[in-house]
Design a protein around this ligand. Structure first.
Ligand SMILES: Nc1ncnc2c1ncn2[C@@H]1O[C@H](COP(=O)(O)OP(=O)(O)OP(=O)(O)O)[C@@H](O)[C@H]1O
Ligand SMILES: [Mg+2]
Length: 254
């Protein structure tokens, strides 16, 4: 039997669209926020296949809670620079979409709850056997890169390490950590601390954090993505953060 890492390489060889999974075992770190806004920025800067065709960039949710799609549903269709869908338990959908010649990039929002067996030994895959675990396993088999958001808080350290060491590394999936929800008004002590933790582990991280702005928190309700925020200094900085993230993700070799 092929090792997980070899299998990943084989899958990557047969690559269709690039699949980025936004994943963390920790809930509420910003997976959905990052999926939608990254898709908006990437979508805006990806050439359409042809005039009038759907965007080659797709944001997908495998979260039964479906917050990513609920958000995108509220955005006026003609203003969206990306397509979106929810797999709703159909685990064949994303592998098929990856092979669709009209799709070039798929950014996937992972569930807030990761179904893991807490007693799984270190050598075993900790993903459980429920529907959420099955969806995640199917996604990870076709994932080219993972984006792991973390907040500048001590409580996110352990779940981040778990996600990387137990779920991503054994599968040979390259990843990038991005610090999200950093409040610049609090000074940079927490940011330096979390960056030092990431660097100590030798994990790659996006050079710039995503700052905490109220406009992000209100965006879902208002049906807005970062590229559509009302012009302001804050909107400019919010956009800057996601442009920089898009570039950092592009820099992760697959
Ligand atoms: N950079 C940010 N600035 C301000 N608010 C943010 C930022 N990122 C996320 N939030 C807010 O934090 C909350 C959690 O974010 P989000 O829902 O994206 O996290 P999640 O990881 O998808 O959560 P879950 O694990 O429940 O799926 C939301 O209210 C969101 O609006
Ligand atoms: Mg979410």
């Amino acid at each position: 039997m092929m090792s997980a890492a070899l299998q990943h390489a084989a899958d990557a060889q047969a690559r269709g669209a690039i699949v980025d999974a936004v994943i963390s075992q920790k809930g509420g770190v910003g997976k959905s926020t990052i999926t939608v806004n990254l898709a908006a920025v990437v979508g805006e800067n990806t050439r359409p296949n042809a005039e009038g065709e759907d965007s080659p960039v797709v944001a997908a949710g495998i979260d039964p809670q479906g917050s990513m799609e609920k958000w995108a549903d509220r955005v006026a269709e003609e203003r969206l620079s990306f397509d979106y869908l929810s797999t709703q338990g159909n685990n064949d959908l994303l592998p098929k979409l990856k092979q669709d010649p009209l799709v070039r990039r798929i950014i996937v929002d992972c569930p807030g709850f990761m179904d893991v067996d807490p007693n799984a030994t270190r050598s075993k895959d900790p993903l459980g056997h429920g529907a959420a675990a099955d969806a995640l396993r199917a996604l990870l088999a076709i994932t080219d890169r993972a984006i792991v958001p973390m907040n500048p808080e001590w409580l996110t350290y352990d779940p981040t390490e778990y996600t990387i060491e137990r779920v991503l590394r054994p599968r040979g999936i390259p990843f990038l950590i991005v610090v999200n929800r950093w409040d610049a008004r609090d000074g940079d002590e927490d940011l330096l601390k979390v960056n030092a933790w990431i660097d100590k582990h030798g994990y790659p991280r996006a050079p710039q954090p995503i700052r905490k702005y109220k406009i992000h928190t209100n965006a879902a309700e208002k049906g807005l993505v970062v590229t559509q925020y009302q012009p302001s200094g804050t909107a400019l900085r919010a956009k800057e953060d996601f442009y920089k993230l898009a570039l950092a993700v592009d820099g992760v070799s697959i």
